[in-house]
Design a protein. Structure first.
Length: 142
């Protein structure tokens, strides 16, 4: 059974809601996520189509396929999104206690800075493994 969560940015101008089933967290260590968040980007897995966002949210086109949401007032990181279908991975930090999520996977784990590491027994995927997971399959529209 899913649970409805409410979250907000630092200043509160942006409000988000989403439903979660078994709240799972994902951490991404890629260079773009690190620059956008000053660390790993922790996102919360949400039920498809359940996300609502209100307030002065803006987005930055960070690559040919992705965009990054942020609050136009306080600059809080809001989401990592896909341009082709509008799907979004909400920042876990918007929610109290990261939505109660458990860390399940680290993407680009080999790009994690030498100065810190995340403890736990979550799956750690290398750059090669991460790209293989998300790369379009033959026949898919890019
Ligand atoms: Zn804000």
């Amino acid at each position: 059974m899913s649970v409805d969560l409410k979250g907000q940015c630092l200043c509160g101008a942006v409000q988000v809601t989403a439903s979660v089933d078994n709240p799972r967290l994902r951490a991404c260590h890629c260079d773009m996520c690190r620059r956008h968040t000053s660390g790993a980007f922790f996102s919360l897995e949400t039920v498809a189509g359940s996300i609502t966002v209100t307030g002065p949210a803006q987005s930055y086109k960070s690559s040919d396929w992705a965009e990054r949401g942020f609050c136009g007032t306080c600059g809080s990181t809001l989401w990592y999104g896909m341009q082709h279908d509008g799907s979004r991975n909400l920042a876990a930090g918007l929610f109290e206690n990261a939505g109660g999520g458990i860390l399940k996977v680290e993407f680009f784990a080999d790009k994690c800075p030498q100065g810190y590491a995340l403890s736990g027994d979550q799956k750690k995927m290398t750059t090669t493994e991460t790209i293989a997971l998300f790369a379009p399959q033959d026949g898919d529209a890019k």
